[in-house]
Design a protein around this ligand. Sequence first.
Ligand code: SIN
Length: 282
Amino acid sequence: MRIEQLTYALGAELTGVNLADAVHDEGLFAEIRAALLKHRVLFVRDQEISRTEHVAFARRFGDLEDHPVAGSDPEHPGLVRIYRTPEQPNDRYENAWHSDATWRVAPQFGAVLRCIECPPVGGDTMWANMVLAYEKLPPRVKDEIAGLLARHSIEATFGSVMPIERRHALREQYPDAEHPVVRTHPETGEKILYVNVFTTHFTNYHTPERVRYGQDANPGASELLRYLISQAYIPEYQVRWRWKPNSVAIWDNSATQHYAVMDYPPCLRKMERAGIVGSKPF
Ligand code: SIN
């Protein structure tokens, strides 16, 4: 297997490897896992693997989970279908920088996404390195956000297009999660800037050190949150991947955010994502 780094920020392309072989080959899997922790997102082309092999490979990293709104392949639980077809047209949730499922108490460790069909041009996906985004923050901002906590909500995102009763039922099932604004990577110990489109507000901002008058609270908190969320938009932290059928991306969901670019005319783009269960951020 060869590993070619794609940008200074993150991302590497693997060649000379079949992911299905890593299901049973301990050494190969260990090499891929180490490369993932180093490069944060890995790309592999020409993976003519079956859905069973896709799921089996992703399961090497941990258990898989379905998504409460996006449906999964009925024969392969844990394999979420991200299909844009004339029957299932545009979905606005794609155009936002995010880490998957941070509205969960224990958001995903990572994911393995395979392209089934894509437009000849367009429909790329971008990733941003949120370890680098934290590292590059000005020291005064690092001081300001140390110890801050924030809420992440499925209700305010996926739920917002639902009728009110369904939205409330979704919130009952998945109450907002609270996570540190700066989390620690569970394996590498690196610090990560951990706010994204699912983040609604800080929960412990309103203290005398930050808020002189009540009037300070809202502009202060929301401007800071907006600034932090916007760090993922910085090109120097990013990599962009052009899909072809049978291309695969494997990413570390703690350390990165991603953005599926919806620049293609309606509608054919079919992706399948195996999401790997993660742990509670600290
Ligand atoms: C995702 O947001 O997990 C899917 C990304 C993509 O469809 O490119």
